[in-house]
Design a protein around this ligand. Structure first.
Ligand code: 4AD
Ligand code: MG
Length: 463
């Protein structure tokens, strides 16, 4: 089936061309002069193509007059200049074939605007709306730009495993992977006998590809991984998913400073790419979702992001007159209310916080000379809070061993990770960007469930 895409038609085709379009009817209305106007969309861009159908068409009475929102059709016709405002061409139909009907009494996506909550319950149809179509195209553009950014800089794309035997973040939030018959789990001395399971040991879905990325960084130099990650944390918030995508660069011979430089350059590249390549979709989000979006993205390309350490941040937060739900003191983990206060109220731009207390950060972060803090970095942006988390990694074998014990992780499970610190250890650093938080940020959508095609959250896995 040869077809012309609406995006190409609107950007390149000229009047007089004979084309074939396939897509879904958004609206159809009848005009007095004996014809119908059909607005059709094929997903290639936000804009619809207007089709004019003369009532002399053979199947006008039998089919065209019954076309409703949601029907799928093929139109063959000739492009003509459009007298209507806001479009330069329209399609004069010569032949219309109906592929699939959509009963207006039961098809849920009628003309009116639906709430995002309702649309989440029809994840099989929501990509046919303007908002979710635009989200899908922005996700696609950002994924491509992410690869381009790293490829241009000579980073090697590494495919880290989805099923793993080690908990990277050490936070105990791994989903279990097992081939056991759950009605009949083998036991040994009253406990589950994992030796009898598929992998002969406990296994889970990865929470991050970092540890494996480190292996490749310590042989290839600059690498990155970009894949799905899973967390069984029971946080029902607007910025947490149980399944999300993470971009994780890892660089040998790199310190915290170089890591932050890369994170800043990375975000700026992505914002710039989006402004250049997703103009129409961004204008839509700017109009209907967040009217400061375009302005914000433009400013964030040029201005320098604020950098300060955790201790400084705690001083600022303690002195502020803002009432926080969670009180602030040195040693506390920062909540999103604190992060947002810093980036929105104090600095009004992205902020990179560094050197957090070792007690609140994972075992793999390099301990500073003070012994109390680690070389962590969190990049915070307005409206979201943390969008990137990373660090310089502990490259000293004995200190790493101490940190594993301190965080109650069995060193024998991390023997290979420790061994990397025995054979040709090197300073190295990396970070993780939450892909969905990035998409939230660049679309202005406030709930992370609306930027993921099929969001998995506590109690929700039906699509
Ligand atoms: O800060 P996190 O937990 O860092 C790591 O996993 C490191 N191993 C990354 C690295 O250094 N290579 O997660 C990184 C980012 C967060 O900043 C956030 O944007 C996103 O991943 N993230 C989530 N996004 C959606 N839902 C969740 N439950 C998320 N948890 C983290
Ligand atoms: Mg983090």
């Amino acid at each position: 089936m040869k077809r012309n895409k609406i995006i190409d038609i609107l950007s390149a085709e000229t009047t007089g061309s004979r084309i074939t379009v396939m897509g879904w009817v958004r609206t159809r209305r009848e005009s007095k002069g004996g014809f119908s106007f059909i607005e059709m969309n094929d997903g290639s861009c936000l804009s619809n193509l207007q089709v004019i159908v003369d009532d002399k068409l053979e199947n006008y009475e039998t089919e065209v007059r019954n076309l409703q929102t949601g029907c799928s059709i093929r139109v063959i016709g000739t492009l003509v200049a459009s007298p209507a405002k806001g479009q330069s061409i329209e399609l004069q139909a010569e032949e219309i074939e109906v592929y699939g009907w959509a009963d207006p009494d039961t098809y849920p996506l009628q003309k009116k605007r639906h709430s995002f909550e309702f649309l989440r319950t029809i994840a099989h149809l929501r990509p046919r709306t303007n908002t979710f179509g635009a989200v899908a195209r922005v996700r696609n553009a950002m994924a491509f730009a992410i690869h381009t950014f790293f490829q241009k800089r000579g980073f090697i794309y590494v495919h880290t495993p989805i099923i793993t035997g080690s908990d990277c973040e050490g936070a105990g939030e791994m989903f279990r992977v097992t081939a056991f018959d759950l009605e009949n789990v083998p036991k040994k001395n009253g406990e589950t006998d994992f030796e009898k399971d598929f992998f002969n040991q406990p296994a889970g879905l990865t929470v991050s590809g970092q540890l494996e990325a480190e292996i490749y960084a310590l042989s290839m130099g600059d690498v990155y991984t970009f894949g799905p990650t899973f967390r069984a944390e029971n946080s029902n918030t607007s910025r947490h998913l149980a399944e999300f995508w993470m971009v994780e660069p890892e660089m040998a011979f790199c310190d915290l400073e170089g890591n932050i430089d890369l994170a800043e350059a990375f975000l700026k590249y992505l914002f710039d790419d989006l402004l250049k390549n997703c103009e129409e979709d961004l204008a839509f989000f700017n109009r209907f979702i967040d009217s400061s979006l375009l302005e914000t993205l433009k400013t964030l390309i040029s201005e320098k992001y604020e950098r300060l350490d955790y201790t400084e941040a705690i001083k600022i937060l303690s002195k502020s007159k803002q009432k926080f739900e969670f009180p602030v003191h040195w040693g506390c983990d920062l909540q999103s209310e604190h992060e947002r206060y810093l980036t929105e109220k104090v600095f009004n731009k992205p902020v990179v916080l560094t050197d957090y207390p070792r007690e609140i950060k994972p075992f793999y972060m390099k301990v500073n000379e003070d012994g109390k803090t680690v070389r962590a970095m969190d990049l915070l942006v307005p409206k979201i809070g943390e969008i990137i988390g990373g660090s310089q990694r502990e490259d000293d074998h004995d200190m790493l061993l101490e940190r594993l014990k301190e965080t109650n992780l069995p060193p024998e499970d991390y023997w290979w990770y420790l061994e990397l610190r025995k054979f040709g250890s090197a300073p190295h650093a990396g970070f993780g960007l939450g892909f969905e938080r990035l998409i939230q940020f660049v679309t202005g959508l406030s709930n992370i469930r609306d930027v993921m095609p099929f969001p998995r959250t506590p109690g929700n896995v039906s699509f």
